[in-house]
Structures are given as C-alpha cells and as structure tokens.
Design a protein around this ligand. Structure first.
Ligand SMILES: Nc1ncnc2[nH]cnc12
Ligand SMILES: [Zn+2]
Length: 337
C-alpha cells in the first residue's frame, strides 16, 4: 500500500475545518451566479491565482469576501455536502465542523438558514457515507463580546443541534480573555469549548484559552514552543492540539513544511492531530495534510496511525461511538509495524 492509500485507509476524525474554508472557487462562482452576488475576481482561475497570502489577515480578507456567495439554505447544504464527499474519500469517519454565523448574519442571512443547510448536509453524510459529525459555532474574535452574546442569543433555540463553541478570525490584538464571560456562559449551557490560539498569537494566548476560557482543545497552538513550561504542561495534561500544517505554510507561520515544528512537538509528548483548516484556500484536504507532513518530516506509518488515534480520542464523541473506529485503526497499525 503506498503512503497515500495508507493515510486514506486510516479511520480519522477531522477536528479543525472551517466549513466556509471548504468553498472551492468553482462552487463559489456557481453560487454567486445563482444568487446575483458580485465577487472580487472575474474568474475561477483569477480567484485561485489570488490565493497567495502573507499572513492570516490577508487570507481572512479573501475568505470573508468569498463567503458572500452563500445565501440560501441550499447553498450551505451544497457547501457541506461537497466537503463530506472529499472527507469520505480521505478516510474521515467523523468531522467536527466550525461555522462562522456572524459572517453570514452580518449580511442579512438568517442564523437558521446557515444552521439548517449545514445540519441537513450532516444528516445526508451520515446516510450516504456513515460519517458522523458535530457542529461547532465559532465566534469571530475581531468582533465585540456584545456581538458574541447576540449570536449566542440567536443560537439558543438550536442548542440541541450545536455541540460546542470556538473562537476564530484575527488573533493578534484579540486575546481569549476578551471572551471570558461569553465562554463561561456557553460552558454553563453544556457546550464544549475550543479556541484558536498560538497560530499567530503568542504562547500567552494559549495559556489564557486554557485557564480563562477553559477550552478542551487548542486549535493550532504551534507557537507554544516559545514557552518551555507551556510545552511541558500541554504534554502533561495531554491537551489536544489541532494542527493544520498546510495552512501554517500558506499563512507564513512556517516558511516550508520541512521547517514545521510538528515533529519536535510530537517528540515532546504533545497530543497532536492533523487537520485541513481551510482546504479550498490552502491546497489540500486532510489526507494531503497527513501525506505532505509525513514526507516533509519523515513521519513513520506508526506515527501516522498514532496521529489518527489522537484525532479519534480528542473528538467529542462517546467511547461507544469511537470503539469500532479504534478497533479498525489497531488492525491497520498492527499490519504496518
Ligand atoms: N486559520 C484560521 N485562523 C483563524 N481564523 C480562521 N478562520 C478561518 N480560518 C482561520
Ligand atoms: Zn482555523
């Protein structure tokens, strides 16, 4: 079995994927045409050519512009259905999807339109592919705490369909503590909590996300390496990090994949997972993230199986749901060693 086939065969969970970041330019243009929405570029080719980012903000500017093509419930369904098809081909058995309601409600799209379309695609993916999924509502950290609370208010009638909350968008200058009260309220409501931290922001933001927001996983977290005590803590507490290697290179967190600190963090004992973040913008879905990282950092098949196992263990599913995937994974891992 070649490396690509091996990676696809590993049962894995994807824990860090923004559904709006799976909007391929072809679908973006089809939806924009359907909805009479103007896009900043004239063609699919011109759009792809513009995906040359210097940092997180340069990406976010394009990402929010592209999301304007999404208007109707069917658009959100089509978006997520296309993701699930690719995820299934990549061996994803479970996906926890981030969605950014504020990106859409700001434009006059109803919260329910977004949620209904995504949830219908989740049910469809379960029926077609057996993929299980959860939805994680992300608050945009460049907006205010009050706007976050207003979004939570809109989510209140639908909490049975929302599994957790996250924190994304421009990290620098927007520390996790800005959302202390919002996350406290979300946790009181029984929602799981995660947050982007230490992607571009300092290690102190990772500490704040853990201690102030009390998150269960850190999204990215790669800048933890600048604080030895934090690395030790993350290893001791086995806090899962949802690392997105191709994203980190595209957004210039690391110049090349060969320079990524994934192997060093793994060897320091951290519980790492591999994810795609915004695959339509960063050049690869989850399997390509595994394969390219394995090639660049010489990860063994046993190490890749460990990473897939981490993803299943770090997911928000029950032990009973997880058990058959872990059993399948053990068979593959044993065959590879
Ligand atoms: N990599 C990322 N970091 C922060 N916010 C995001 N929103 C979508 N992708 C993101
Ligand atoms: Zn992200």
């Amino acid at each position: 079995m070649d490396l690509d086939a091996y990676v696809r065969a590993l049962p894995k969970a994807e824990l860090h994927v923004h559904i709006e970041g799976t909007l391929e330019p072809e679908l973006m243009f089809a939806l924009a045409r359907r909805n009479g929405v103007a896009l900043p570029y004239a063609s699919v080719e011109e759009t792809r050519a513009a995906y040359d980012f210097s940092d997180l903000q340069s990406f976010l500017d394009l990402y929010y512009a592209g999301a304007a093509a999404l208007v109707d419930e069917q658009d959100f369904f089509d978006l997520a259905a296309a993701y699930f098809e690719r995820a299934h081909a990549d061996g994803v058995v479970h996906a926890e999807l981030f969605f950014d309601p504020q990106t859409h409600t700001e434009r006059g799209v109803a919260f329910e339109t977004v949620l209904d379309g995504l949830e219908r695609a989740c049910r469809d993916a379960r029926a077609r592919f057996g993929i299980s999924s959860r939805l994680i509502l992300c608050f945009l950290r460049h907006l205010s705490e009050a706007e976050g609370f207003a979004t939570l208010e809109q989510a209140m009638p639908h909490l049975a369909r929302i599994h957790g909350v996250g924190l994304d968008s421009s990290e620098r200058g927007h520390p996790p503590a800005k959302f202390e009260r919002l996350f406290a309220r979300c946790r009181e409501l029984g929602l799981h909590a995660v947050a982007h931290a230490g992607e571009e922001g300092p290690p102190a933001y990772i500490v704040e996300a853990l201690d102030v927001l009390q998150v269960e996983r850190i999204d990215h977290g790669v800048r933890c390496e600048e604080d030895a005590a934090l690395v030790e803590r993350l290893a001791r507490e086995q806090v899962p990090l949802t690392v997105c290697p191709l994203s980190n290179v595209k957004l210039c967190v690391f110049e090349r994949l060969e320079q990524h600190n994934f192997r060093r963090l793994m060897e320091a004992g951290l519980k790492l997972t591999i994810n795609s973040d915004d695959p339509a913008y960063f050049g690869g879905y989850v399997a390509k993230n595994y394969v390219d990282t394995a090639r660049a950092l010489e990860l063994t098949r046993a190490e890749l199986a460990r990473i897939a196992r981490n993803s299943l263990e770090a997911s928000f599913v029950s032990d009973a749901e997880r058990a058959p995937w872990l059993a399948r994974l053990d068979v593959l891992a044993a065959a590879a060693s």
